[in-house]
Design a protein around this ligand. Structure first.
Ligand code: F6P
Length: 455
């Protein structure tokens, strides 16, 4: 069997020699990563100049190979073109986009640096699977270096509507770069449609999601990323007995807990969510002292200006809500700006009556699936989910909302608070079945089977 080579901007930290800690991509690829596989990417470190020096570590039979980034590249490639241009544009938030030619040049140079370092590690039969928007140009750079291996790419974030994609000055060049892959994977049918429409606007027609030009073929597929449902259920079962979860329950004094857990990112819709919660407290006064809302917001990309602005806005809104509605013995919002471990979150999800997941736009969003997996079947909570998360298409029994409509979100919280046990059970059973069907192993197996099939 061919060796699998994963390429992603971030590589799991295995510096203590043990298997990587579970996170989105680690869980998504767990089934595919066999002893002998290679995972290549950025070390998370910056140094003086650009270098192709590869650092290798082994854990559980998998080799993790990384390169450092030069400090100016970290700024221009990572903070700049990746996270100030592509990230907001692909999430269809054009007012957040900045574009700088020098940053784009650095992005291409880093993608070439990745390719250069990778060629030295590749064997002729390796299957190469590249992940996400930071690395759109790696395959094209590999092809220029003469690499003929099968190369697949998966986009974890949305592909924007073609009119928005066209705003990107190097739009054409990036489409060409994507066609250097044998296989392109998208989270949803809409993402694939947007990509094919962007191609068409660029004068390239696809047939059945497939582009043939000269001797080369690029196929596109829809394959949603998922979680390991059983593993998360076990985690929640263990975590709920931990002292933190018990302390949480005690502190509620019989009130219902509503939980949200996100990276502190403007795409996650936190300010609108706080507004919706405030609207709920104002519009349904009878519910006020019956609920407590916990928002965990893990710091992210703090050197990007828009993220700093978000942080200030949330601090202000959280203070305003608590100042206005708190009582001597009740605080409506608990707002934590630290990351919480997966185990703790799983336990908190299990004891929460409502999971509130309202991104303005999201590639998939696995928090909703984790919330579903964490629930106990005898008394499950209710998932409120943005219709603009990729997961919405897979989870129709969630209470789906438009996150921009704060009255709608407020009404959904009220509905969730008063939903009968019977309805909660029915919805949860259906949602759990969907999460199981579209789980992590279905994701990696489907993608790799298609990559193996690529002509
Ligand atoms: O899921 C999207 C994503 O951008 C990943 O590619 C990335 O690793 C993760 O979110 C966290 O962001 P960052 O790597 O910028 O901290």
């Amino acid at each position: 069997m061919a060796r699998l080579v994963i390429v992603s901007n971030r590589v799991p930290d295995v510096s203590d020699g043990s298997a990587p800690r579970a996170g989105g991509l680690v869980v998504g690829l767990a089934d595919a990563l066999k002893p002998g596989s290679l995972w290549f990417g950025w070390s998370g470190r910056q140094n003086q100049g650009r270098s192709e020096t590869v650092h290798s570590m082994e854990a559980a039979g998998v080799t993790y190979a990384t390169i450092d980034l030069a400090e100016p590249d970290y700024r221009a490639y990572y903070l700049g073109f990746s996270n100030s241009t592509l990230w907001p544009l692909f999430h269809m938030m054009p007012s957040y986009v900045t574009f700088d030619r020098a940053e784009y040049a650095a992005y291409k140079a880093v993608n070439e640096q990745f390719a250069q370092a990778l060629t030295c590690l590749l064997q002729p039969d390796d299957l190469v699977w590249i992940h996400d928007y930071q690395l759109l140009g790696v395959a094209a750079a590999l092809r220029k270096l003469g690499v003929r291996n099968r190369i697949g790419f998966f986009l974890h974030i949305p592909f924007p509507a073609p009119a928005l994609f066209a705003l990107l000055p190097p739009a054409d060049e990036l489409l060409e770069a994507l066609l250097a892959h044998d296989l392109l994977g998208f989270q949803t049918a809409q993402d694939q449609e947007h990509f094919l429409a962007a191609l068409l606007a660029h004068g390239i027609a696809a047939q059945d999601g497939e582009v043939r030009r000269g001797g080369s073929v690029t196929r596109s597929i829809v394959v949603p990323v998922g979680i390991d449902v059983e593993e998360f259920r076990r985690l929640a079962g263990r975590a709920v007995r931990r002292v933190e979860a018990r302390r949480m329950v005690e502190s509620l004094a019989g009130r219902a807990l509503m939980i949200s857990a996100d990276r502190a990112d403007y795409t996650k819709g936190l300010p609108a969510r706080f507004d919706a919660y405030e609207r709920f407290l104002a519009s349904y006064p009878e519910q006020r002292r019956r609920i407590s809302f916990l928002q965990v917001a893990a710091p992210s990309r703090e050197e990007v200006e828009k993220y700093k602005i978000l942080r200030d806005e949330l601090d202000y809104k959280a203070g305003a809500i608590n100042g206005k509605f708190s009582d001597f013995d009740w605080v409506p919002l608990r707002y934590i700006t630290r990351a919480a471990g997966r185990g703790l979150l799983a336990g908190l999800f299990r004891v929460s009556r409502i999971g509130l997941v309202t991104p303005l736009r999201d590639g998939m969003n696995l928090v909703g699936m984790e919330y579903i997996a964490a629930q106990e079947e005898v008394d499950p909570g209710v998932l409120i989910l943005s219709r603009f998360a990729g997961a919405a298409g897979l989870l129709p029994e969630a209470l789906q909302v438009n996150p921009y409509d704060i009255d709608m979100v407020a009404a959904a919280i009220n509905t969730a608070m008063s939903m009968s046990l019977e309805e909660r059970k029915e919805r949860h059973a259906a949602l759990l079945a969907h999460a199981r069907t579209h789980d992590a192993s279905a994701y990696s197996r489907s993608f790799i089977a298609e990559l193996n099939r690529a002509l």
